[in-house]
Design a protein around this ligand. Structure first.
Ligand code: R5P
Length: 257
């Protein structure tokens, strides 16, 4: 087995390697003057099971392309198997055609990974679990939930809890979370978006009055969802509001178009 890191999150790759008691594989990744990506494995992977750790977080296009090039280098160097370890799987939000003439980028990214030569994928809290079915190769889906639960357990939080999904799409995730949190009741924010990266909270389903509200989401990007949901929960009488997410994308710059 060999583990190589892309440039998206080297400290995470180092932690994984240290945990497993192995060294990271040697790899050269650089950019040509025009921005093209160059990858050369600096050790043999012939016959090896190779794990490539690369989050496709922001800048998503750069990181995704870098992963494709890494996979291609491994395939051409006769690796026995190639597993892409993608903690944050970018492009997963467009997982269906919500309106006419849109692309389904989650499917496209899954196709391209397979096409590049990937044999298996490990992702953490993908935006929607239906996207797991877009892969024609095995996918292991892992969760950030245990880490968040450990964190909450370390805090002294009242037992009068309510777990809140900040949008309808996150209900399954929030319900699983509530089950682990003393079977807490569930509330749902019915969010209506006016446009990309703009969110508007419309309605709260459930009761949060006098309770500690714990919102769970897969990601915080512009923070529009979580901040408007928090304001609504306060307005509806929540005693305190916590927000938890797996992927801190934190891109607060607005859309260019
Ligand atoms: C929405 O479906 C997701 O689960 C997140 O709530 C959303 O992508 C977060 O984005 P933002 O922070 O920009 O509102």
């Amino acid at each position: 087995m060999k583990i190589f890191s892309g440039t998206a999150n080297l400290p995470l790759s180092q932690e994984i390697a240290a945990y497993l008691g192995v060294d990271l594989g040697k790899i050269l990744i650089k950019r040509f003057a025009d921005g093209e990506i160059y990858v050369q494995l600096q050790e043999s992977v012939r016959g090896c099971d190779v794990f490539l750790v690369q989050s496709t977080c922001s800048p998503v296009n750069e990181n995704l392309m870098e992963l494709f090039v890494m996979i291609d280098a491994c395939r051409r160097a006769s690796a026995r198997s190639i597993t892409a370890v993608i903690p944050y799987f970018g492009y997963a939000r467009a997982d269906r055609k919500a309106q006419g003439r849109e692309a389904i980028t989650a499917k496209l990214a899954a196709n391209l990974l397979t096409e590049a030569g990937c044999d298996r994928v490990i992702v953490c809290d993908i935006h929607s679990t239906q996207a797991l079915g877009y892969f024609d190769i095995p996918v292991d889906h892992i969760y950030g939930q245990p880490v968040i639960l450990d964190y909450l357990a370390s805090k002294t939080i009242s037992e009068d809890l309510v777990v809140v999904s900040p949008d309808v799409g996150g209900v399954v995730r929030a319900r699983a979370f509530a089950k682990k949190l003393f079977d807490a009741p569930l509330a749902i924010v019915d969010k209506r978006r006016q446009g990309h990266n703009m969110s508007e909270v419309m309605h709260l389903i459930g009761d949060v009055k006098g309770k500690v509200a714990i919102m769970v989401d897969d990601m915080i990007d512009t923070a529009g969802t979580i901040t408007s949901a928090a304001a609504l929960l306060k307005q509806e009488g929540a005693e305190a509001v916590y927000a938890c997410c797996t992927h801190a994308v934190f891109r607060f710059d607005s859309w260019l178009y």
